[in-house]
Design a protein around this ligand. Sequence first.
Ligand code: 16G
Ligand code: MG
Length: 549
Amino acid sequence: MTPNLRQVYAFAREYHQKKETQKDIQYGTAGFRSHADNLDYVMYRMGLLATLRSRAKGGQVIGVMITASHNPEQDNGVKLIDPMGEMLEQRWEKLATALVNVSDADLEAQVAKISDDEGIDNNDHAKVYVGMDTRYHSPQLAKAVLNGVAALKGNVRDFGIVTTPMLHYFVTCSNTNMAYGLPTEEGYMTKLIKAFKNIRGSTFEKGNYTNKLYYDGANGVGSLKMLGFIKKFDGFLDVKVFNSNGKINFNCGADFVKTNQRAPEGLPEVEPNARCVSVDGDADRVVYYFTDEAGVFHLLDGDRIATLIAGYLKDLVEKCGVKINMGLVQTAYANGASTDHIVNQLNVPVACVPTGVKHLHHKALDYDIGVYFEANGHGTIIYSTEAKRKITAASKDESLTQEQRDAASLLLETIDLTNETVGDAISDLLLVETVLHSKGWNLQDWLGTYADLPNVLMKIMVEDRNVITTTDAERVCVTPQGLQDAINEIVTRYNKGRSFVRPSGTEDVVRVYAEADTKENTLQLALEVANVVYDMAGGIGERLKMAAI
Ligand code: 16G
Ligand code: MG
């Protein structure tokens, strides 16, 4: 054991004790998430783990983001960012879970075990970037992370309050020797705004597109950063920020809007059809919406954003004549009408993967241009090195027509406007604005591209959500035995019916999704499926509860 490890226990004992009564917790799709009061020891240990991870990766920077995203104010959480901005490797999720669940007395031995198993020399260089959202307990929790890094003698850079995607971007920039950009807030903003302005040129408005946008910052870091962006927009985009100073995610933000299918509180009196957008508490998700003259609310969610962007990119690729393939990645939650539109109208292949960004991101790597979005508004586009090389070459290729070269240059700017490291509400918003502007569209035009099937999401409390296991990208239920047959039987009785159930990765519930031809039928279908889940998977508490994703 290296002498370095001595401090691991000393710091834990002095400053970051774990209660004897603390229940085991698990590193899930969103890292660790819990009531903020239970997280100090978790943060400390994630500081340790990030340092170990950095050493295991030859001293590359590892990120630690302190956030509970769209969760309520009292919650907080932490997740690690791998060197290329990806989510932490799955094998290490298990190490994270094990490290967090040992007692203080066993902590040093657990760190030594990980070091031995992973061939880590704790005298080697390590670097950790830390960022946090605007929750009032985040600064205190950040200190625990910093102590974890210090206990293992790693180097740390504390970015303070940043969006989750900004931290992903900083980590990637640093590990690519700045090839991806500068790992500073200024570098991030400048890159996006430069590309945005270059694409837009001197016409701010076009056709049905006006440049006024109402922006719900979910009372989180997304509002803070947007206020910074506005100063640099120079009128290119007229953004009216609301929900910038209240309780984070409270009756507002992308999750609220998507789940409740209604406008957030705090939206000022706006004209009918005004273009509105909501981000979530850490600004990695975005959804659009408007209310028409008849007072009807319309949502344009992640599926819509995926189709809009994929269509735009496909046109550009065709225009510049470069041979690169493109694919779109969705989850089972994607509206059936969107999948149909992408496959049959846009002629872009679609893959379906389990819920969680890491699955989508991983699959998107299979394509030269991989567009991935969850219906909840989380997603981005990734471009292969080969695709970038070909597009760059086309932009300079004198044997091509001017139009082809221009299309290639535009594609390069679009790549610069994209935060490829992870879904980014602000970058995605700028992309959507770019496409709408280029088409001269308002939100009705966008909505008119296809009609969503009505859909419903419910959650069911059960004794143990792990009794539900699934396969085929969560579309088929393997256990409890007979549940899938029962669902199949119910679904056949509904026109355009589709339903699936899956255990949540972030809450102790089972989720039921349903879609069908009408609102009433969809609700009925969801209730029927929810009932069989309740009966066959050990339902507890209230029998049926309508609620959030
Ligand atoms: C996490 C995931 C999100 C997913 C959600 C599903 C990341 C960064 N976030 O928030 O992508 O949609 O979990 O939650 O992967 P659920 O498992 O509770 O339904
Ligand atoms: Mg989020």
